[in-house]
Design a protein around this ligand. Structure first.
Ligand SMILES: [Zn+2]
Length: 93
């Protein structure tokens, strides 16, 4: 079993798959007599497979993008509430 890809590696892989699918899709469009340009009847199975690949990897890229680590932002109000040296009163003594 292979190693898991990092998010960056997966992004490169997915974008490459989309590019290749788009390149293949260029040769498949409606042509004369209701056939695909490749000669297959419409809907062309190759075009459908390429479109499914594009949709799949675009959806995965959206998920990977949404789970990227975000930059930590500290607001001014939360840092002002922190007062070092203030102790809570002891309970029960
Ligand atoms: Zn075709």
């Amino acid at each position: 079993m292979g190693r898991a890809l990092t998010a960056g590696q997966f992004e490169v892989y997915a974008r490459r798959k989309i590019t290749v699918a788009l390149d293949i899709l260029d040769g498949h469009h409606a042509d004369l007599f209701g056939l695909c340009a490749c000669g297959r009847p419409q809907p062309c199975s190759v075009a459908a497979t390429c479109q499914a690949t594009i949709d799949h990897y675009r959806a995965k890229l959206a998920l990977v993008g949404a789970t990227q680590p975000l930059r930590l932002v500290v607001s001014q109000s939360s840092s002002a509430a922190y007062r070092p040296g203030v102790a809570l009163p002891a309970i029960g003594t």
